[in-house]
Design a protein around this ligand. Structure first.
Ligand SMILES: Cc1cc2nc3c(=O)[nH]c(=O)nc-3n(C[C@H](O)[C@H](O)[C@H](O)COP(=O)(O)OP(=O)(O)OC[C@H]3O[C@@H](n4cnc5c(N)ncnc54)[C@H](O)[C@@H]3O)c2cc1C
Length: 319
């Protein structure tokens, strides 16, 4: 068997394992070998059931790192485990701020390549092969790890489907941190948010420049509220300052895969499409019948958002 041991770097927010971590665990399980987790936080014990249910046999826990950034300490801890001979053959990270930071530092510490931006991974005999979309998803590039491991790979959110495997709670074991790092976290701000999160919502309603002006984004928010959806946006209106960056869907924003994605006044540039074309059902509202968004839409409404959105809102309010 090519891979004896796979470690997934798991993250949690507010005591819940992030969907991306669970997606990586689901994929790791299909590769054969023992699947274990690296976790940086004081609450590894309380995550043991959930991580175990998703296939992790062990949690390698650094313990509480809240006062520092995880990049240096976690990379130092994994590198030490590898040096001591009980590290993994493959380490999978999600494309998050911390995942990227740790993977880069680990790559230097282990003198191993890191392959980023992947959406798939497979074994070709004994060789680990990862897949990365390029040109906005028009082409797929497969890359083989040719050096001896441990292999380090980063994966985009929503590349895999999270699924419980029904395992027992994971065993929590200590992972020794040899370098705590110099950075000190002095304060944390929690972003205010109401309603479902953009990258987890079952329904997303996004608005683009076709809304005309900032105040009209209210139509998107009202419709989203009525549908219990998350509001999203194209980069054009984020750059224009109508909504915060956290609303952006696309190549340089969030990747979403909801059951329903409604794009209102969005042209459908490739960079937007890569963030939402995995949605199960896409509904586009655009006054231009030639708009590229219609090429991915399951349902297209050729019309003015200022007429269509109020009608939709009215119909939903009347229910
Ligand atoms: C490196 C790079 C990264 C990028 N990353 C992203 C990204 O992550 N996400 C992203 O979204 N973009 C991204 N972009 C920008 C992208 O190329 C487009 O410029 C952007 O998506 C356009 O936003 P839009 O569709 O809202 O605006 P526009 O392209 O201006 O389209 C507006 C649309 O609204 C329609 N419209 C106008 N008036 C109405 C009306 N009254 N009723 C109905 N329809 C109307 C028009 O027909 C048009 O199709 C990136 C670009 C680059 C170069």
């Amino acid at each position: 068997m090519a891979l004896k041991s796979i470690w997934v770097y798991a993250e949690a927010t507010n005591g819940n394992v992030t969907p991306l971590s669970l997606e990586l665990l689901a994929k790791a399980r299909t590769l054969g070998g023992a699947v274990e987790v690296v976790y940086a936080g004081a609450d590894a014990d309380s995550l043991a059931s959930e991580l175990g249910a998703h296939g992790a046999a062990k949690i390698h826990s650094t313990g509480d790192l809240a006062a520092s950034l995880p990049g240096v300490p976690v990379a130092s801890a994994i590198a030490k485990a590898v040096a001591d001979g009980h590290g993994p053959d493959l380490i999978m990270f999600g494309t998050t701020y911390d995942g990227r930071d740790i993977a880069a530092r680990l790559s230097v510490a282990l003198d191993q390549p890191v392959i980023t931006n992947n959406t798939d991974i497979e074994l070709d005999g004994d060789v680990v092969v990862v897949t990365e979309p390029i040109f906005g998803g028009m082409k797929l590039v497969k890359t083989k790890f040719t050096a001896a491991g441990p292999h380090i790979a980063l994966f985009r959110p929503k590349s895999f489907v999270a699924e419980e495997a029904g395992g027992a709670p994971a065993e929590v074991v200590a992972l020794e941190v040899t370098d705590p790092g110099a950075a000190k976290v002095t304060n944390r701000h929690v972003e205010e948010a109401t309603g479902p999160k953009l990258d987890e919502a079952a329904i997303v309603v996004s608005g683009g420049r076709g809304l005309g002006e900032k105040d009209n984004y209210e139509l998107i928010e009202t419709l989203a509220k009525l549908l219990k959806a998350a509001p999203g946006a194209s980069r054009a209106i984020v750059d224009a300052g109508w909504v915060p960056y956290s609303y952006q869907v696309g190549q340089t924003g969030k990747v979403v895969k909801p059951t329903v994605y409604i794009a209102a006044g969005i042209s459908g540039a490739t960079q937007h499409l890569v963030g939402m074309k995995g949605a199960k059902n896409i509904i586009a509202i655009n006054k231009d019948p030639e708009a590229p968004i219609f090429s991915v839409a399951d349902l297209g409404i050729v019309g003015d958002v200022h007429k269509v959105l109020p009608k939709l809102i009215e119909a939903l309010q009347a229910r």
